[in-house]
Design a protein around this ligand. Structure first.
Ligand code: MN
Length: 230
């Protein structure tokens, strides 16, 4: 199995003016595509005894089983699988019909955790703005069933699934996500991003979170050396 760049569900110009067409084109067609290519190349370079088993796994599985990746390619796989997973989620976080405010159980959970929606937005913006260098800002739910929602950040292409959290919302604070339009004004980018936020998708993730076991069982191809990973 080769990892593939997922198609966008909207035109690259659909998020204008906030996320401009040049940024979207480069971000999806070049940056995200490069992570997918690099991930496939790294997996192809593994010894044959491991290659087919590793190539059969989802990018999420790779992130959750880094200890099973040969050391020579572990850092490369971590970085590029993370880039692939995070960007695949990012495209779904935005919509030409996005914006507005969350409703229903998600809105209640946000109010419970942060006081109100405005306070949540401010915390998310400030956390994203404070990330040193390149990284991501997330709204997550903890592993416990009664877990309160939290804002977290990760550096590089880190993903909170590695710590057992369920990501509900994410924004990319790498410079390539905003620099062409917003230059060095990352906070301005974060503050205006709410005009395209796809709350419908966030609510779905909150109400029907994909369990880790589901993420890991999406690949059905069976290889003879699958036992390596039992
Ligand atoms: Mn990016």
């Amino acid at each position: 199995m080769k990892h593939i760049l997922p198609a966008l569900s909207y035109e690259v110009s659909a998020l204008e003016p906030h996320v401009d067409v040049r940024t979207m084109t480069l971000h999806h067609n070049m940056h995200h595509a490069a992570y997918v290519t690099a991930l496939n190349l790294a997996l192809e370079s593994t010894p044959e005894s491991l290659r087919l088993a590793l190539q059969a796994k989802t990018a999420e599985w790779l992130l959750l089983h880094l200890e099973k990746i040969p050391e020579e390619i572990r850092t490369t796989v971590h970085f590029n699988a993370g880039g692939h997973v995070n960007h695949s989620m990012l495209w779904q976080m935005m919509s030409p019909t996005g914006g507005g405010v969350p409703s229903g159980p998600l809105a209640e959970a946000i109010n419970h955790a942060f006081g109100d929606f405005e306070k949540f937005k401010k915390q998310f913006e400030e956390a994203g703005n404070k990330v040193h260098g390149s990284g991501w800002v997330w709204l997550v739910k903890g592993p416990a069933t009664d877990a309160v929602l939290q804002v977290l950040t990760t550096s590089g292409h880190g993903n909170p699934i590695s710590e057992g959290y369920t990501p509900l919302l994410v924004n990319d604070v790498w410079e390539h996500a905003y620099y062409l339009k917003h230059e060095n004004r990352r906070l301005e980018y974060l503050e205006n991003w709410w005009t395209v936020t796809n709350w419908k998708e966030v609510a779905q993730r909150f109400e029907r979170p994909r369990k880790v076991t589901e993420l890991l069982s999406e690949v059905t191809r069976i290889y003879t050396d699958q036992k390596t990973f039992e």
